[in-house]
Design a protein around this ligand. Structure first.
Ligand code: TXA
Ligand code: MG
Length: 522
């Protein structure tokens, strides 16, 4: 079929109206996204929409009307709450669901006994409905599962050759589809968030709920309140992963990713290839741009994309709802307690790994520093140590470290007693102060049980020769002294069997090894 490209002129709109009245399909602009319309009263025409989109037949369509009263014949009854919303908002990016009248066929309602109705704001859309003389059933004009089109050229990409005509109008103002609110039950429920927010609805009709599936994935056996929710949605070809993090942390995180794209806000300092979707504190700009940004990522051949999470309230809820689906619900939450345990053999290069993780935005918690801090002047732990190792280890409220070390390292038993006092205190301080994501740098990570706090653990190992040389250089001691120190430590096997990952410092690129580990766990 040849798809005619029409303008939004009066003449072309009249022509498009006739195509619809005659049972054809026309894509047209609305203020939300482009719609793919057919005569809502013509079952055969409506079925063609499903075919053109490749849309599952149980996913109902929205019926678009030109005047407020045009809803009356489509529904059983315009309830008081429905009327209040119509009076307050129509024409608007708002769709109302009510029990359907017998005029609505099963193709439109996907077999449900309700119907979704919307009166668009966009002048071209309303002129088209008027010109056709019938209500227009229209889903978004994309191939099922792809991001909705907000520009005529995106409609053409998906629909050329499959439909009768496209009215090539302006880019869409809002950019995400209408808010869908069901008034079919006792309490109004938002099934899909959009530019008309929960707060705006509640100001008119009181309590409104948000379907849980708006912000979360649905369980496999859950019945979708809106059939559209259960299908894969808004998915570009690229793999999208949401990153929940404030600006700086997102930037650091994303700049360490390889072979990936960033989907971020204007002004984010990102060094890897990026596509932006609006401004950080401007939900409306994000909504306007998000769908096209997803399509641009595909144009650029992006395979993996780290997207910055929008806020979840106001119109941001609509943006988040689309993005989380585009990401198939994959989120890396850098705000959650995320603690990586880092340990390893002395001289293996643990410090270097810590520095690298720090440069990637991790907050590195050095247990040596914490050990000193828990023993600072007059801290309560000092009296516990004094009771164990002698009152004279405290002088004027300060710990005599050298004396404590002498006594504690006298034998294994004493060392263990010292550890059993110190380790819980160090861990408690780490827990209290850690800003996530963090790395817990601890030579005795496994020995003191701090690995239990960690999401994953990494051990840094190196061949004996390398370690001896490094320790000699670092601490200015002889090879023999270095070997003695090393022999006091656990062997390689211990670290390998206890840690989730090992980094081997034997000439291979350490940063690369770390990147691969992060790739796997994030
Ligand atoms: O902004 C919009 O609403 C755009 C423009 C073209 O108007 N249209 C649009 O339609 O987004 P569509 O088909 O892509 O999305 C309609 C959503 C689907 O998730 C569908 O499952 C849901 O509304 N829906 C339609 N009728 C329903 C009903 N009776 N009960 C529950 N959900 C319904
Ligand atoms: Mg759609």
């Amino acid at each position: 079929m040849e798809t005619r490209l029409l303008s939004a002129s009066e003449y072309d709109i009249a022509l498009a109206g006739k195509i619809i009245a005659d049972g054809g399909l026309v894509a047209f602009p609305t203020e939300t996204v482009y719609g793919l319309g057919a005569n809502a009263f013509d079952e055969a025409a409506v079925k063609k929409i499903y075919a053109a989109k490749g849309r599952p037949s149980d996913n109902p369509l929205i019926v678009h009307i030109a005047e407020k009263d045009d809803i009356i014949p489509l529904v059983k009854q315009v309830t008081p709450k429905a009327q209040a919303l119509i009076d307050a908002f129509f024409p608007a990016p708002l769709t109302i669901i009510l029990p359907k009248s017998e005029k609505i066929g099963n193709a439109v309602s996907g077999g449900l006994d309700t119907v979704a109705v919307r009166m668009p704001q966009n002048g071209t859309a309303r002129a088209l409905i008027k010109a056709s003389g019938v209500p227009i059933a229209a889903p978004s004009a994309n191939t099922s599962g792809a991001p909705s089109p907000t520009k005529a050229k995106r409609v053409i990409e998906d629909m050329d050759g499959k439909i009768d005509a496209v009215i090539c109008g302006e880019d869409c103002d809002f950019g995400v589809e209408s808010t869908v609110v069901s008034l079919a039950g006792e309490i109004p429920v938002i099934l899909r968030p959009g530019a008309v927010t929960k707060e705006m609805l509640e100001a008119v009709i009181g309590r409104v709920e948000v379907a849980p599936s708006v912000l979360e994935g649905m369980a496999e056996n859950e019945i979708a309140p809106s059939p559209g929710m259960k299908y894969k949605h808004y998915s570009p070809k690229a793999e999208i992963i949401l990153v929940n993090a404030p600006k700086k942390r997102y930037e650091k995180f994303v700049n360490s990713r390889k072979n990936a794209f960033a989907l971020c806000f204007e002004g984010d300092c990102v060094d890897i290839p990026k596509v932006t979707y609006g401004k950080e504190n401007d939900d409306l700009s994000q909504a306007r741009e998000i769908f096209d940004a997803l399509r641009v990522l595909d144009d650029l051949g992006a395979k993996k994309v780290y997207a910055r999470v929008p806020r979840k309230s106001g119109v941001g809820m609509a943006v988040y709802n689309r993005l989380i689906r585009a990401a198939a619900f994959r989120v890396i939450d850098l705000e959650q307690p995320f603690l990586l345990g880092l340990t390893g053999q002395t001289g293996a290069g643990k410090g270097f790994v810590g520095e690298y993780l720090k440069s990637l935005g991790f907050n590195v918690l050095d247990t040596d520093v914490y050990a000193r801090r828990v023993c600072k002047k007059n801290s309560p732990i000092l009296s516990v140590l004094a009771a164990e190792f002698g009152k004279d280890i405290i002088v004027n409220g300060e710990l005599d470290r050298a004396l404590l070390a002498k006594r504690a390292f006298l034998n294994k038993q004493n060392t263990e007693r010292l550890n059993s006092i110190m380790h819980p205190a160090i861990i408690a301080l780490c827990k209290k102060e850690a800003v996530f994501p963090a790395v817990l740098d601890a030579p005795l990570l496994f020995e003191c049980g701090a690995n239990e706090l960690c999401f994953k653990t990494i051990a840094v190992l190196a061949p004996e020769k390398t370690r001896v040389e490094r320790i000699m250089r670092r601490d200015g001691i002889t090879a023999q002294q270095a070997l003695l120190r090393m022999s006091a430590q656990k062997n390689e096997e211990f670290y390998k069997s206890n840690s989730d990952f090992t980094v081997i410092n034997d000439g291979r690129d350490i940063k690369n090894q770390i990147n691969n580990i992060l790739e796997e766990i994030l």
